[in-house]
Design a binder for this molecule. Sequence first.
Ligand code: NAP
Length: 259
Amino acid sequence: MDLGIKGRRAIVCAGSKGLGRGCAEALAEAGVDIVLNARGAETLATTANDIEARFGVTVTPVAADITTPEGRAAVLAVAGDVDILVNNAGGPPPGIWSDWTREDFIKALDANMLAPIAMMQACLPGMMARGWGRVVNITSQSVRAPIAQLGLSNSARAGLTGFVAGTARQVAGAGVCINNLLPGLHATDRADALDGAVVRAEGITMDEARARRFANIPVGRYGTRDEFGAMCAFLCSDYAGFIVGQNILLDGGAANITI
Ligand code: NAP
């Protein structure tokens, strides 16, 4: 399927690995040139070279922390006018409600609420002026089905979701569509880290930890970054012009939610 976005330009934040990388690969396959961001320069360069070689598009790496004003400025300076923005960053650590300090909340809000909002505020005016734009925010299934120990994530992502719900309707008339993708458990480093923590805490094997998680996912496995990226690319396609302000869950059926 030709997504109708060949030759367009995208920023993909936090995209050297995992779900962000999946989004960058799927956009590149659709012919989109990419400004690719992550903090670690070496992995980022390897990923950028790999995507360029496989898909024949231009991938420009910008090593920067997207949760800081300086990091965002570095990405935006290289990117110039972009048609597509994929917002992403690492997720906050798990914990318990009684331990979280104001500083913990500020850090989570900076990473998972205020950074994507700042990127949208920077990119939306140009998209609106040009009459076409797509924004996908990677949030979490916890927006629809909060996970108790991920309270920092639940809080920050709820704030972003509220901002998108209003803003998406304000910019849609200018040809700009903003939507959120809500990952359930996917096979990335993040999932490995969460499983590793269970292995250490409970003295079980990795296979046992995985089997436990798979038991709660109706499809019986983790999602893949390719599946996730394909959905992102569709939301960034010309065909997604009637999809506005949605929260789309990709979780293998784990959250039993009817609407
Ligand atoms: P991942 O495999 O750990 O990859 C994270 C990517 O983001 C890496 O490329 C990392 O590179 C980059 N990154 C992290 N912090 C950054 C920062 N401050 N600035 C720029 N780049 C940054 O993680 P993932 O599983 O793809 O998760 C992506 C997001 O989805 C996270 O917010 C996570 O909480 C959420 N999520 C994931 C799952 C899942 O099952 N995987 C489920 C629900 C929600 P550097 O470290 O080099 O910067």
